[in-house]
Design a protein around this ligand. Structure first.
Ligand code: ATP
Length: 298
């Protein structure tokens, strides 16, 4: 019927709980409302409203906070093709015209399907990591190389060309929002900007739960480990650093089982337990790289 959404829609077996991403519920909710809600309206209503779908999202924030995880999940949430994932430095090529050609190729499949199937085309997602790398340097001493100019222009022309296409969603990512060419951020381009910041205490607890779920359900976690305590003691840790903390604690635990007189063989791993003290040792070893605030440095 005319009420059936023909564009992207939440994948039938999609469950938010299965995402394995902690502490980003507000960010997901914002993305959903701002970038997807129009795509699941009945097409007739979209026409009556006279609106265009959002074609581009920019995720920005410090490294290791889950931007890449999120971008990939967005593809899984929607009935989209396997996303194309590229990163800025990989697009750049020293041969004249080759970088622009790389950008052009990214859009080729979506353009072809749109031509063949029109509104029945599936959604194509393009994930652009380290987007700042293709933008010319601004505000740095000595000025920029300007190398990125024509590459950015090519990307802009593709994005604007997508105007007629409703089947493309671009997800850009960067740790350097200040480096992104403003032309890329305008309405109709990467117009929805979502900040992915370091997790707060409850986010850290969710992330620690995710990264210890196997060891907890397999009885390898010591009874004395209190994840809430660890969440409280890991201010400024990113998701990636919390993952590193769990790995470090595990390495302290397995190290107790090294066979005497060897460096590479374990003994008796049956009773392996990762204990609170392993996590405390790990806390000495794994430090947050970002967001350490001034009071703590004084
Ligand atoms: P970068 O800017 O360095 O590319 P990013 O923000 O894209 O970083 P990811 O690559 O998504 O970060 O995260 C790296 C790893 O850290 C993930 O594979 C995951 O193991 C862990 N991680 C980061 N954030 C989260 C999170 N919010 N929930 C669960 N795991 C996380």
């Amino acid at each position: 019927s005319n009420n059936r959404p023909t564009n992207a829609i939440l994948a039938p077996n999609f469950k938010f709980e299965d995402m394995g991403i902690g502490g980003l519920d507000n960010e997901f909710a914002a993305i959903f409302r701002r970038a997807f809600s129009s795509r699941i309206l009945p097409p007739g209503l979209v026409e009556r409203l006279g609106i265009n779908h959002v074609k581009g999202i920019l995720l920005f924030g410090p490294p290791g906070t889950g931007k890449t995880l999120m971008a990939r999940q967005i593809g899984g949430m929607l009935n989209a093709r396997e996303p194309k994932v590229v990163n800025g430095p990989e697009i750049l090529n020293k041969f004249v015209g080759q970088s622009e050609e790389n950008i052009r190729k990214l859009f080729a499949d979506a353009e072809k399907e749109q031509k063949e199937k029109g509104d029945e085309s599936g959604l194509h997602i393009i994930i652009f990591d380290e987007l700042d790398a293709i933008c010319k340097q601004r505000g740095t001493t000595g000025g920029g190389t300007g190398v990125g100019d024509s590459v950015v222009n090519q990307l802009l022309s593709k994005m604007d060309g997508v105007d007629q296409l409703n089947n493309v969603l671009i997800i850009g990512m960067t740790n350097r929002m200040d480096m992104i060419d403003e032309a890329l951020l305008r309405p109709g381009r990467l117009e929805v900007h979502i900040e992915v910041s370091l997790p707060d205490e409850s986010g850290r607890l969710q992330i620690l739960n995710i990264h210890t779920s196997k060891m907890r359900s397999n009885g390898v976690m010591g009874d004395d480990v209190d994840l809430a305590e660890l969440a409280a003691r890991t201010k400024n840790f990113s998701g990636a650093e919390l993952n590193g903390l769990v790995k470090s604690a595990t390495s302290f635990a397995t190290n107790r089982h090294i066979k005497v007189g060897t460096v590479a063989a374990y003994d008796n791993l049956d009773n392996l337990k990762i204990t609170r003290s392993d996590f405390l040792h790990a806390l000495d070893e794994v430090q947050p790289a970002f967001g350490v605030n001034e009071e703590e440095l004084q």
